[in-house]
Write a protein that binds this ligand. Structure first.
Ligand code: ITT
Length: 201
């Protein structure tokens, strides 16, 4: 795979993701600049898969900045809801004006899981697709997952998004109760990152 340093655009406007991606890239000596710092617009997410959307975000930022760009498209996939909210995970948090509230999004997930009936269980997984795009048109994508269970009520103040209602397999604490370093050891984002780092050689 082509080199990505020394400067990489992180093609996200989500502060929680940007913090985690910076932490995960820190050991690799790459200078990261956020899309918001470069005033790059947020492209419309018209894809039907996580990889589609990660690729369109990475491509847009690489083309506009002239630098390699890394995008993350991710979400929560709930078995009882046949994989929803999935690629619509951010959209489930938005009201008509586009304001995000993950308390509302988590409540909707829980209400729909309860409505699905007692036999469907609470299994869920997070998915993360990472795409690296270069200004010359090259692009590479990697996907990671972490399996777990949904809990109610939400617990913990770390992390972001749906973290307060997700307990990974083998853990007792939600992702929002874990130290960030412990989430990074097992998360969907970390799993996608280790594939990316392996491909960098
Ligand atoms: P960008 O497109 O600008 O990167 P976004 O928040 O719109 O930001 P997505 O479309 O990929 O990004 O939405 C993913 C949503 O899934 C995100 O807003 C979170 O709520 C949720 N999500 C993803 N990773 C998560 C994680 O590690 N913990 C909790 N929730 C997560």
């Amino acid at each position: 795979m082509k080199a990505i340093g020394p400067r990489l655009v992180i093609a996200t406007h989500n502060a929680g993701k940007l913090r985690e991606i910076r932490d995960l890239l820190a050991p690799h000596g790459i200078e990261c600049v956020g899309a918001a710092e470069l005033d790059l617009p947020e492209p419309e997410e018209t894809g039907v898969t996580f990889v589609d959307n990660a690729e369109l975000k990475a491509r847009a930022s690489a083309d506009l900045s002239g630098l390699p760009a890394l995008a993350d498209d991710s979400g929560l996939s709930v078995d009882a809801l046949h994989g929803r909210p999935g690629i619509h995970s951010a959209r489930w948090s938005e009201d008509e004006s586009g304001t995000r509230d993950f308390g509302r999004a988590m409540q909707r997930v829980w209400t729909e899981v309860e409505a699905a009936g007692p036999d469907t269980g609470h299994d869920a997984h997070f998915v993360c697709a990472l795409s690296l795009a270069w200004p010359d048109g090259a692009i590479e994508s990697f996907e990671g997952k972490v399996h777990g269970t949904l809990v109610w009520p939400p617990r913990g103040a770390n992390g972001f998004g749906y973290d307060p209602m997700f307990v990974a397999v083998g853990m007792d604490q939600t992702f929002a109760e874990l130290d960030p370093a412990d989430k990074h050891a097992i998360s969907h984002r970390a799993a996608a990152f280790s594939k990316l780092v392996a491909a960098l050689g």
